[in-house]
Design a protein around this ligand. Structure first.
Ligand code: HQG
Length: 180
């Protein structure tokens, strides 16, 4: 399988399943699911060449397991990272004591005041290991790693969710829980 093609399809899937389904006139339900048959049909109409076996290959081999099929494989959705307003309907769970967030220096002054905000996405994204946070932060430059007192937040009533692909999600991280 040509990895460049697979990566290109994965990026396009992120676009239509997280941010802009209307690009290919795709409908997502309120939980972010698309019908697999409709997705394949509309991807092909938009000029992508993809069939069910290639879609399955992309989902299975995606480096971050960004997409999931439902049980009978008639539906597919992105596990996290949406900017469109969908409800992942995950159960709230107790987080590890410390979670990490990777960002860059130019955002720190703001984060010290406002805490971590969702910005254009549906949640603040956190990870249980520093390595992942370094990768996330490095997308924008030299990564700055913030440690989040997640247990304290949880005790104070903040909700945490763990996506299918093990990204920790929450609505906001007030600055007092962040170690800079
Ligand atoms: C920053 C990728 C100023 C925040 C990654 C980040 C992740 C603030 C940026 C996933 C702020 C938002 C999400 C505040 C937060 N003032 N800046 N108050 N609060 N920020 O992309 O966490 O490859 O929406 O630090 O790997 O970088 O797409 O969030 O720098 O898992 O699957 O505002 O996206 O995954 O950026 O990344 P993003 P993120 P995928």
């Amino acid at each position: 399988m040509n990895e460049k093609i697979v990566k290109g399809i994965s990026k396009y899937l992120s676009l239509v399943l997280r941010h802009a389904p209307e690009t290919i006139q795709l409908k997502l339900d309120e939980n972010g699911w698309a019908l697999v048959d409709e997705l394949i049909e509309k991807l092909n109409l938009s000029g992508q060449q993809i069939d069910l076996s290639l879609l399955k290959y992309v989902v299975e081999n995606n480096d971050k397991k960004r997409f999931t099929f439902n049980e009978d494989e008639t539906k597919i959705r992105a596990n996290q990272g949406h900017s469109i307003d969908i409800e992942l309907a995950l159960d709230a769970v107790e987080p590890p004591e410390i979670l990490y967030h990777g960002t860059v220096a130019k955002y720190l002054d703001n984060i010290k005041i406002e805490g971590l905000q969702k910005m254009s996405r549906q949640h603040v994204h956190l990870s249980k290991d520093k390595e992942t946070a370094i990768i996330v932060g490095s997308r924008r430059g030299s990564a700055q790693i913030l440690s989040i007192n997640a247990t304290q937040m949880y005790k104070d009533g903040y909700k945490f969710y763990l996506s299918e692909n093990k990204v920790w999600l929450t609505d906001v991280v007030p600055a007092k829980y962040i170690v800079f």
